[in-house]
Ligand binder design. Structure first.
Ligand code: LIP
Length: 272
């Protein structure tokens, strides 16, 4: 779907999903063109720590999405990783991560994406994650299932944790990273293996597509996880925090149903 410059976009979940996928593709394509135009980005500005990189393309991609949303959905709230914070009156809120996996983007590694989600009164309605390097569009509308490039996807049917491939990620604070690595060292002998690919949104979509059996991480922001969590749960995965409560971006475990409960126990016994 290509949204016209002045097309109004209805509240229907699939209309909102069409807008999210259209804007994710536009923003991701802008970032990819930028990535290909610059040879070395690794010495650019940083945010929360010396390893928390940000580029001009993070800002440009976010600006593109925000400009379209302000025109097409003027009553909605908008929150973006690079500083956008617009109040709304409709109950709908958009969460934008213009480049999730920024370190990979800077180092020209393929695992980065544009992630856009929309919620109504705090509940996810639609989400899109576009991976420009592989030209893959993951998408879901609440109750409508999850797709990859328009084809239905389902999470894995893994039911033995010792054979589970588990993705995770680490924070930008070195002290937090040390304790997170300590947990991995205690977890890894009870599962098949770990994958640290560098983008929460893509990790969640890999759960949705059965490319990994589970993903867990702490200290994410809403924009990292909002779209990918909806896509993964619409693909049949189970989401929770590390205590079995409702999934939340600060503490997130999303897994194939057959391994979620045992991974929950393993996370509890390997707590940092
Ligand atoms: C990234 C997350 C990833 C996490 C990284 C970083 P960013 O987000 O998607 O899961 O492990 O430390 O937070 O900063 O690339 O948007």
């Amino acid at each position: 779907m290509t949204t016209g410059a002045n097309d109004a976009v209805s509240d229907q979940p699939f209309a909102l999903l069409g807008l999210a996928t259209d804007l994710a593709r536009r923003a991701g394509t802008l970032a990819l063109d930028g990535r290909r135009s610059v040879r070395d980005m690794a010495t650019g500005p940083t945010k929360s720590s010396a390893t928390d990189l940000v580029t001009e393309f993070d800002h440009a991609a976010e600006r593109l999405v925000v400009d379209h949303l302000r025109r097409l959905r003027p009553d909605d709230a908008v929150v973006g990783e690079e500083g956008t914070s617009v109040e709304g009156v409709s109950g709908y809120a958009w969460y934008i991560d213009p480049i999730d996996g920024t370190t990979n983007f800077v180092y020209d590694l393929p695992s980065w994406c544009t992630s856009i989600a929309v919620t109504l009164d705090g509940v996810a309605v639609a989400g899109a994650v576009y991976v420009p390097v592989t030209d893959e569009m993951f998408a879901a509308a609440a109750g409508g299932g999850a797709t990859l490039d328009g084809r239905i996807i389902r999470c894995s049917e893994r039911d033995e944790t010792r054979l589970a491939l588990v993705a995770t990620g680490f924070g930008y604070d070195a002290r937090i990273r040390a304790s997170q690595a300590d947990r991995v060292s205690r977890l890894i002998s009870s599962i098949r293996d770990i994958r640290r690919l560098g983008s929460a949104a893509i990790d969640l979509c890999h759960v949705a597509a059965g490319r990994v059996d589970a993903y867990y991480e702490e200290h994410l922001n809403a924009w990292d996880a909002a779209a990918g969590l909806l896509i993964a749960t619409e693909a049949g995965a189970v989401g929770s925090d590390f205590s079995g409560g409702p999934a939340r971006h600060e503490e997130l475990l999303v897994a194939a149903p057959g391994v979620h409960a045992e991974l929950l126990e393993l996370l509890a016994t390997t707590s940092c």
